[in-house]
Design a protein around this ligand. Structure first.
Ligand SMILES: *[C@@H]1O[C@H](CO)[C@@H](O)[C@H](O)[C@H]1NC(C)=O
Ligand SMILES: *[C@@H]1O[C@H](CO)[C@@H](O)[C@H](O)[C@H]1NC(C)=O
Ligand SMILES: *[C@@H]1O[C@H](CO)[C@@H](O)[C@H](O)[C@H]1NC(C)=O
Ligand SMILES: *[C@@H]1O[C@H](CO)[C@@H](O)[C@H](O)[C@H]1NC(C)=O
Ligand SMILES: *[C@@H]1O[C@H](CO)[C@@H](O)[C@H](O)[C@H]1NC(C)=O
Length: 392
């Protein structure tokens, strides 16, 4: 492919990505325009439900105003349980105000995200919507003994048939959703790792004190990438060369403060911040599919996910085949950037097939969850990746 075509397709790709992002809904932004829902909005973000909502199409959010939220919060449910309760307020079907009054036979059961994520036992997780007398519409979870004690108040936003946000009078009371969940706190991160081949990595976490940061993040959602003992052994000389602070940063680089199942990683390719990210110290990496595999690219090394030690939301631990080396601490082995640029500028520098494939992959996968500026960065890193290939 001649360079000009490559440039053109990159520009096209950029346009396409920006276009896609601009169209997707963002529940945080939608609710921000309604300050009386600020508490609900805050907890959608805190429980990571906001990103789940943004990923889906055809969805209805039953929003609670600050008064209804404060009575829900007075139950002092742990954050993880609150997530279940709030996920019951997200229906995986589209209900505009009009459709509420057009329900066949005046009553329906519809699945919520609580049901859809498999957290709900049995048939709980379904919400009963019933047209009541005098134009009232009642809502109740199916496991609520037939009580429809919440009712429709008003419509906040309707984007047919992507997302509808409707205010209801009070929280849906579901014993199942509020049931104490086997707290992920009961997991002992380091013991779990140690039992499954990541004993040395776990020891480093404990020895450096980094384990407390990992533990503190479990409740809100945590994804950990650990390396097996044999991989770590080969890396120890380099590790021992780091200062204490650098050791902590390197270890924190192996965790991201959000739960990401395998499926989410595959559909959410792009730049990811880590527990080590701190303002100017970016410590991020790029998640990218490689066929059926998921890879983590740090600019220094590309590590592949080899298996799952544990996956129980909000905690997931993966095994990866290489230590993740942040560019903040390590230099890319073959970094010859200035030379690469010169070479690439010359007309005979042509992109080999390999790099084109790489670009095409990112085209499919890089779009979701990135804002425009981030994507430009992704594209820039892609192009420098291509420049690098020119040299070889
Ligand atoms: C609904 O979502 C789809 C896919 O994200 C998008 O193409 C479409 O433009 C959206 N519709 C509206 C009205 O925003
Ligand atoms: C959604 O909007 C909020 C507030 O404007 C912003 O902070 C967040 O990054 C947006 N999320 C996405 C996925 O664009
Ligand atoms: C919804 O609840 C009402 C009131 O308890 C009940 O009469 C109705 O049959 C329920 N609807 C469905 C579809 O189960
Ligand atoms: C995990 O178990 C180890 C060894 O039993 C213990 O030292 C550590 O404090 C435990 N960590 C947590 C967070 O309970
Ligand atoms: C450790 O650091 C020293 C001094 O910077 C360097 O010469 C040596 O190669 C490093 N060893 C490893 C294994 O990186």
């Amino acid at each position: 492919m001649p360079p000009i075509t490559t440039t053109l397709s990159l520009a096209l790709l950029l346009l396409l990505l920006l276009f896609t992002t601009a169209k997707a809904h963002n529940i945080t932004r939608i609710l921000a325009k309604h300050p009386e829902f600020s508490s609900f909005n805050h907890y959608l973000t805190l429980t990571h439900l906001a990103s789940e909502i943004n990923r889906r199409e055809t969805i209805t959010v039953l929003a609670l105003d600050n008064a209804a939220m404060s009575s829900l919060l007075s139950k002092q449910l742990p954050l993880y349980t609150l997530r279940n309760v709030l996920s019951l307020h997200v229906l995986v079907d589209y209900f505009g105000a009009k459709k509420l009054h057009q329900i066949t036979s005046g009553t329906t059961l519809t699945a919520s995200m609580f049901q859809a994520t498999g957290s709900a036992p049995g048939t709980s997780g379904y919400v009963n919507i019933t047209d009541l007398n005098a134009g009232k519409v009642g809502f109740g979870p199916e496991d609520n003994g037939g009580k429809l004690d919440a009712h429709y108040v008003k419509s906040l936003v309707e984007i047919p048939y992507n997302i509808s946000v409707l205010q209801i009078s009070q929280a849906l009371n579901s014993a199942e959703a509020e049931a104490p969940t086997p707290g992920p706190k009961q997991f002992n991160l380091t013991t779990t790792m140690a039992k499954q081949g990541c004993k040395s990595f776990a020891s480093l976490l404990t020895a450096s004190g980094a384990d407390s940061t990992f533990d503190a993040n479990i409740d809100g959602g945590l994804t950990v990438f650990c390396v097996t003992d044999s991989v770590l052994k080969a890396f120890m000389p380099k590790y021992n060369n780091l200062t204490a602070a650098q050791k902590v940063s390197l270890l924190l680089y192996h965790g991201i403060p959000v739960y990401q199942s395998m499926q989410m990683l595959k559909t959410n390719n792009g730049i990811m911040n880590t527990l080590a990210t701190n303002g100017a110290n970016k410590y991020d990496f790029t998640i990218q599919n490689d066929g059926e595999d998921v890879t983590l690219k740090t600019k220094v090394v590309t590590s592949k996910i080899m298996g799952i030690l544990i996956d129980e939301e909000p905690l997931v631990i993966y095994k990866v085949d290489k230590v993740l080396l942040p560019r903040e601490l390590f230099k890319p082995e073959a970094a010859q950037a200035p030379k690469a640029e010169k070479e690439a500028d010359s007309p005979e520098a042509d992109a080999p097939d390999e790099s084109e494939d790489q670009t095409a992959d990112s085209n499919d996968n890089g779009a979701s969850g990135l804002d425009g500026r981030r994507m430009v960065m992704v594209l820039m890193s892609l192009s420098s990746g291509m420049l690098f290939y020119h040299v070889n």
